[in-house]
Write a protein that binds this ligand. Structure first.
Ligand SMILES: Cc1cc2nc3c(=O)[nH]c(=O)nc-3n(C[C@H](O)[C@H](O)[C@H](O)COP(=O)(O)O)c2cc1C
Ligand code: SF4
Ligand code: SF4
Length: 269
């Protein structure tokens, strides 16, 4: 089994860890890696795939969309989707599914793990920003979903008659908003101009290392290039909280508070 993921602040990765633990408990060997690590290497050779992404502006994160668009086809292979969002997925899931189907994959299902919002601009209105998300219930649901995916894959393997989901993208306002937001300059405008408090910056390079589009150069403080896809990751993950925009209101997301507790309470550890 291969789990491919991107995670700006760890929420999607947590969802993938849940799926990995369930699969390993069921005796399967699981390889889990980021899209960036997978790079251009062949993805062939696995019997089941999980593609995971956070929902950014009602679509799979920009860098995940780019990866899937340019990846080699995987005809006849089976896959399922894990997304993580703050609650408004728009057309993200059918869009992601159709992209994967376009690569020859058969989609078995999807699960969206509701988590705290990592979009700096909305965190100030406490939109799902408490430390209670994801809940133990949702972790249990994701675990049960993963078990179901294993059963469906097994049934298909044995030639069983299984009803699979159909994904259709509806051309709603949010769909078009998601397409418009992929134009990098408009995305950056929505984020506001990033500023660095140079007195607080430790020149540690975490922001440059974490940036999914290679938009940050240290000189010796961060400088932001036009490759920025406005994902807020540098702002959220700077250990000194010294990157800000006018929009963020000082609300930086520092990740799920008690991952181990959630896994234990869900019976996964
Ligand atoms: C740039 C950006 C855009 C976002 N857009 C949405 C959205 O359209 N709908 C939603 O429900 N959550 C949205 N979110 C919230 C994230 O999907 C959510 O917090 C997710 O759990 C983040 O996962 P990660 O930690 O793996 O990146 C957005 C977050 C960011 C940073
Ligand atoms: S992560 Fe923060 S402290 Fe580290 S170099 Fe970037 S801005 Fe400076
Ligand atoms: S500069 Fe910051 S907001 Fe822009 S893509 Fe890089 S990490 Fe994301």
């Amino acid at each position: 089994m291969l789990i491919l993921y991107y995670s700006g602040t760890g929420n999607t990765k947590f969802g993938c860890d849940v799926a990995r633990l369930v699969m390993e408990k069921a005796g399967h060997e699981v390889t889990m890696k980021t899209y960036a690590k997978a790079g251009k290497e062949s993805l062939d050779g696995f019997d089941l795939y999980c593609f995971a992404a956070p929902v950014y502006e009602w679509a799979p994160a920009v860098n995940v969309e780019r990866f899937v668009t340019s990846m080699a086809r995987l005809p006849g292979k089976r896959a399922f989707i894990i997304t993580s969002s703050a609650g408004a997925t728009g057309q993200a899931i059918p869009l992601f599914a159709r992209m994967l189907e376009g690569k020859g994959l058969t989609l078995l299902g999807n699960y969206n793990l509701i988590c705290a919002d990592t979009w700096g601009g909305t965190r100030r209105w406490s939109y799902n920003q408490d430390a209670e998300t994801p809940t133990v219930e949702s972790v249990c649901e994701l675990a049960a979903f993963t078990e179901k995916m294993l059963e469906v894959a097994e049934a298909l393997e044995q030639g069983g008659d299984v009803e699979l989901p159909e994904y259709r993208v509806k051309p709603t306002g949010l769909f078009w908003a998601s397409r418009f937001s992929r134009l990098a300059p408009s995305a950056r405008m929505k984020m506001g101009k990033k500023k660095v408090d140079e007195k607080e910056c430790a020149e540690c390079g975490v922001c440059a290392k974490n940036c999914p589009s290679g938009a940050i150069k240290l000189d010796p403080y961060p400088r932001f290039g036009n490759e920025c896809i406005a994902c807020w990751r540098c702002i959220n993950t700077c250990p000194a909280d010294c990157i800000t925009t006018l929009l963020d209101g000082g609300h930086h997301y520092k990740g799920i508070v008690d991952k181990d507790g959630l896994l234990k309470n869900a019976g996964l550890k």
